[in-house]
Design a protein around this ligand. Structure first.
Ligand SMILES: O=c1[nH]c(=O)c2nc[nH]c2[nH]1
Length: 451
């Protein structure tokens, strides 16, 4: 790879509330994809002088400098903390159905098609390209239940350069005969085979890593949850993802299937699947006790405001409370659930849904600001995926996962920018009205990955 040098405006979150706008910044990325220099307030004429001081990187001196114009800026790449890759082509279907009806009539028949590796190869190529194009530099993917297709998904991410967590979906019951693991034993064996494959594909998890993925407790019996918990214990860095308190119907069925647990936090914790490596999707209906456990166990929340508000139940998760308590929160497109594969849509919908919650509860404080939604899409998501030492903000030593945003050129129908606009105005307009046409370049580990 070639080194990258940018001069101009860079915008990232420093805390949930606070966005840092770095103007006249100089950002240098080494050929290995790491940020090696970052300073603000550097006149463009002084760029070469600063570069020449970076003596440990001689190839930098001949690298071209990208000077960002008014209306152009860099932001960290988006993290999609909850995404069902096999649902790429069903997105938008069956909205309004209750969760179990939607799974049985729309999702399971669709995911069953991934038995065919050729279909998986074609669809996953489109899916990964589609997310990269929209600035998703990291995705936490659920695969289908098929081992072969899930390997194809992981390989596709690696080849196309997307940072990803990829899981074989475990589901040995509460699903139709045509789409269910043969048994809990077989589900665990297929998972072990997938993990062995991942160790060869990317041994140090530089770009892709496996994630344990019980679909949700409804689809797993005790043997399966116990087996996955044992793998989690054996592999102390391996991430875990599932759905948590996502719908009233789901909470009720979970109680019936696991009467020994009065809540889902205790259920997953009992099986060793509720800890600082866990990403819990939705988290709409936890009670006070479960919210306390989310915090104490340092579990991450994948907030999916688009799917939460377009399924058969309109759900607004208590995001304000999570943020105020210091619970890790990121955004998910829930690709498949919902109507959108865009994190920009998730940002906007997070704000809208929090307004809805504020009205419904009479608590004006429930509102989530645009800055906070941007934080969830970047640094918050990085914390949820336990990747914040690598990505989520711009800092020397971090890897360069970034988006070059342009609002300055072309005949855009959205993100209308005028000369008088400040960079803060332009950033706000981009977040509220922008789309993939404004995402001019996408970088993962310094590699340009937008086709
Ligand atoms: O939004 C969702 N999408 C799914 O595929 C799923 N499976 C269980 N629970 C789920 N929720």
């Amino acid at each position: 790879m070639v080194p990258l040098i940018f001069h101009g405006t860079f915008i990232h979150s420093v805390t949930p509330r606070e966005v840092d706008i770095i103007e006249n910044g100089l950002l240098v990325v080494s050929a290995t994809g790491k940020i090696v220099f970052l300073e603000r307030n550097i006149p463009v004429e002084d760029v070469q002088k600063h570069i020449s001081t970076l003596s440990s990187e001689p190839d930098l001196r001949s690298a071209p400098v990208t000077v960002l114009k008014h209306g152009e800026f860099l932001i960290p790449g988006f993290l999609d903390t909850h995404n069902h890759a096999p649902q790429w082509t069903q997105r938008g279907m069956g909205r309004g159905l209750l969760i179990m009806d939607w799974l049985n009539t729309v999702t399971f028949p669709h995911e069953a098609r991934f038995k065919d590796p050729e279909y998986a190869r074609e669809t996953y190529a489109k899916c990964v390209d589609g997310f990269l194009k929209q600035g998703v530099t990291t995705a936490s993917y659920y695969g289908s239940l098929h081992g072969e297709a899930t390997k194809i998904l992981a390989k596709t991410c690696l080849e196309k350069g997307q940072r990803a967590l990829v899981g074989k979906c475990n589901m040995a019951r509460s699903a139709p005969d045509f789409y269910v693991d043969e048994s809990s034993k077989e589900s665990l064996e297929t998972t072990e085979d997938f993990l062995a494959y991942m160790k060869e594909l990317d041994p140090e998890c530089r770009l892709v890593q496996p994630i344990l993925t019980p679909r949700f407790a409804i689809c797993c019996d005790e043997e399966l949850l116990d087996g996955l918990g044992k793998i989690a214990k054996r592999e102390p860095k391996m991430m875990i993802q599932t759905h948590f308190d996502e719908a009233r119907q789901e909470v009720e069925i979970t109680r019936q299937l696991f009467p020994q647990f009065s809540n889902e936090a205790d259920l997953y914790e009992y099986f060793g699947l509720f800890n600082d490596r866990t990403i819990m999707a939705h988290c709409i209906y936890p009670n006070d006790y479960e919210i306390g456990r989310l915090k104490e166990c340092d579990v991450g929340v994948a907030h999916c405001p688009v799917s939460n508000t377009t399924g058969g139940e309109w759900g607004a998760a208590p995001i304000r409370r999570y943020i105020d308590m210091g619970i890790k929160v990121g955004l998910g497109t829930d690709n498949g659930g919902g109507f959108s594969s865009s994190i920009l849509d998730a940002i906007r919908q997070a704000v809208i849904t929090s307004n809805g919650r504020a009205v419904m509860t009479g608590d004006r404080n429930a509102v989530v600001s645009l800055n906070e939604a941007f934080y969830m899409a970047t640094l918050g998501g990085a914390k949820v995926c336990n990747l914040s030492d690598k990505v989520g903000t711009f800092a020397v030593g971090k890897e360069f996962d970034a988006l070059k945003i342009t609002t300055a050129e072309g005949d855009r129908v959205s993100t209308l920018v005028e000369d008088v606009d400040t960079i803060a105005d332009i950033f706000e307009k981009f977040l509220m009205t922008g789309d993939d046409r404004n995402i001019a370049s996408v970088y993962v580990q310094g590699r340009s990955v937008k086709n």
